[in-house]
Design a protein around this ligand. Structure first.
Ligand code: ZN
Length: 172
């Protein structure tokens, strides 16, 4: 396993629409997932998408865990999601703070659906259907955007909803 370089905003790979993974169980995909897990842990992230490590593939990891802003976020072991799809979303949305390993130094208030149903292949190649709410739902939507070439600052309603990470941390 290796810690990969994380693509920063401005790198074209972050703006590509990712292509589907042909075989979730292929050794090259398993190795990529292991590298992404290590890279995410090293960067203290709660999610990472393959395009962020320069691989424009429909694959990401969601790893919700409690934090200062989301003390009640469910503890969810890092889960690799391959060729994910959104099956349904709740009508209601809520704004919450997000950051991104590809956009260091900024935090933004991003509106997201509070609940959604999803389908993906796990790293064993099994199809899974799950429902997520609140923080895990937010992380899923953030990572799903990455495989469409979208980043969180595209979703904010006003530039006034952007703050520096330093000020964000000070306000906690
Ligand atoms: Zn991100």
């Amino acid at each position: 396993m290796i810690i990969k370089q994380i693509a920063q905003l401005g790198q074209p790979v972050l703006r590509e629409v990712a292509r589907k993974v042909d075989d979730p169980r292929a050794p090259v995909i398993q190795a990529l997932i292991d590298d992404m897990l290590m890279t995410m842990a090293d960067a203290d992230g709660v999610g990472i998408a393959a395009p962020q490590v320069y691989e424009p593939l429909s694959l990401f990891i969601v790893a919700s865990r409690p934090g200062p802003r989301y003390p009640y976020a469910s503890q969810m072991g890092p889960t690799a999601m391959i060729n994910p799809e959104i099956l349904w979303v709740s009508d209601d949305t809520v704004k919450g703070w997000e950051g991104c390993l590809s956009i260091p130094g900024l935090r933004g208030l991003v509106p997201r659906h509070t609940r959604l149903g999803v389908r993906y292949f796990d790293r064993q190649g099994e199809v899974r259907e799950e429902e997520y709410a609140d923080f895990p739902a937010r992380v899923f939507q953030h990572e799903f955007d990455h495989i469409q070439g979208i980043v969180f600052i595209d979703r904010i309603e006003s530039t006034r909803d952007l703050v520096t990470e330093k000020e964000y941390m000070r306000s906690l």
